[in-house]
Write a protein that binds this ligand. Structure first.
Ligand code: A2P
Length: 283
């Protein structure tokens, strides 16, 4: 896939296109998310990623409206939080998300984290009940696509037998943490993989090995990391609250990334992992 601009898309199994780079809003406080989202859309992002737990959906919604860009030209994702797992509670959480965003549909709705075997004896049933709610909302036309986040193969497997399969898996993915087994399994089952924290939440940006590669291409390490996602078929969701960095992070289409640079990044040992293992997290 050779992406040329921010409105080029990844195609989902159901034919829906997702703009190939999205604007992340995790850790964007409510009072700044509105401005950041509006600036991102003005800069050219057409894909906004939020979640109920980010506690900024009202502000994200205001930023979307302030941009003046038509709703139909934007792709908006949100996620159901862990405390709302289950059928009825997920339906309620979805309505609250739409109300907070002041939108009448979502482009993509994700299960934020799997209920995992290590903590929930009935984890399959819990995830399937949550998934059933997403499926019904999807079939009713309230959501254009549905998926999961932070699901490893063992969590995905039961959902792959469902009436509607997940179309997206959003996972931590950056030059220091590739989760290749999760990427390969997800793709083998037709899911598009999205990268949360494609900059390693800033942790990987001062790595000297990445700095050397970035210097060679005449770009920043952030641009290197984002382009690496695209080169490896993964959709990056960089977050920033700085107007300058918001713009710079979109400027990733105007340079070549040779195969040996991709290979050099792939060969790096693990570094910069957030520590958030879906089978061990306690939230
Ligand atoms: P800020 O919001 O002040 O720009 P990730 O998307 O991997 O979660 O990373 C987000 C973190 O990286 C935030 O702390 C953000 O800070 C920082 N960041 C975003 N873009 C850049 C950039 N181009 N250069 C340096 N730091 C960046």
């Amino acid at each position: 896939m050779a992406f040329k601009c921010a409105t080029d898309v990844f195609k989902l199994e159901n034919g829906v296109g997702i703009p190939c780079i999205g604007f992340g809003t995790w850790q964007s406080p409510d009072d700044v998310a509105e401005r950041a989202v509006c600036e991102a859309i003005e800069a050219g992002y057409r894909h906004i990623d939020t979640a109920a737990i980010y506690r900024n959906e009202k502000s994200v919604g205001r930023g979307i409206r302030a941009s003046g860009v038509k709703r139909g030209d934007l792709f908006v994702t949100s996620k159901v939080w862990n405390s709302a797992r289950g059928y009825r509670t997920t339906l309620e959480a979805f309505e609250k998300t739409l109300e907070d965003l002041q939108l009448d549909y979502l482009d993509l709705y994700l299960i934020h984290w799997p209920a995992s075997p290590s903590r929930f004896p009935d984890w399959r049933e819990v995830n399937l009940a949550t998934w059933q709610a997403l499926t019904e909302l999807y079939k009713a036309g309230r959501i254009r696509a549905i998926g999961v986040s932070n699901f490893r193969p063992q969590h995905l497997e039961p959902l792959l037998a469902a009436e509607v399969k997940p179309m997206v898996n959003q996972i931590e993915y950056h030059p220091g943490y590739l989760q290749q087994d999760v990427v390969d399994y997800s793709r083998a089952h037709g899911l598009v993989v999205e990268a949360w924290s494609p900059l390693g939440c800033g942790r990987v940006l001062n790595d000297p090995r990445l700095e050397t590669l970035a210097r060679r291409l005449g770009v920043t390490t952030a641009q290197l990391a984002l382009r690496f996602c695209l080169e490896t078929g993964t959709l990056p969701l960089p977050k920033s609250v700085s107007a300058q960095r918001i713009r710079a992070n979109l400027d990733v289409f105007g340079f070549e990334m040779p195969g040996d640079v991709v290979a050099a990044i792939r060969a790096l040992p693990e570094f910069g992992f957030s520590g958030q293992d879906p089978d061990k997290v306690t939230f």
